[in-house]
Ligand binder design. Structure first.
Ligand SMILES: [Zn+2]
Length: 70
């Protein structure tokens, strides 16, 4: 029974960790919120760095350079 007093107006709650889907404590005492741990936060950041910023390159079919101008 040593639950710290939450900040006034802030209700700690449990959310799903965006990285692993496990319950994560969304409260001032969880510096990684809404993640459940530092590792999950790192994983998410890593995903952003390695995948999210990878711009897809849907090269459109180049028009026929031999085609006469319209
Ligand atoms: Zn997690």
């Amino acid at each position: 029974m040593s639950t710290p007093e939450p900040s006034p107006g802030f209700t700690p709650r449990t959310v799903r960790c965006p990285a692993c889907g496990q319950p994560a404590r969304y409260a001032p005492d969880n510096p990684w919120r809404p993640f459940c741990s530092a590792r999950c936060k790192q994983v998410d950041l890593g995903a952003w760095a390695s995948e999210a910023y990878r711009v897809p390159d849907p090269t459109p079919p180049a028009p026929d350079p031999e085609a006469p101008p319209h």
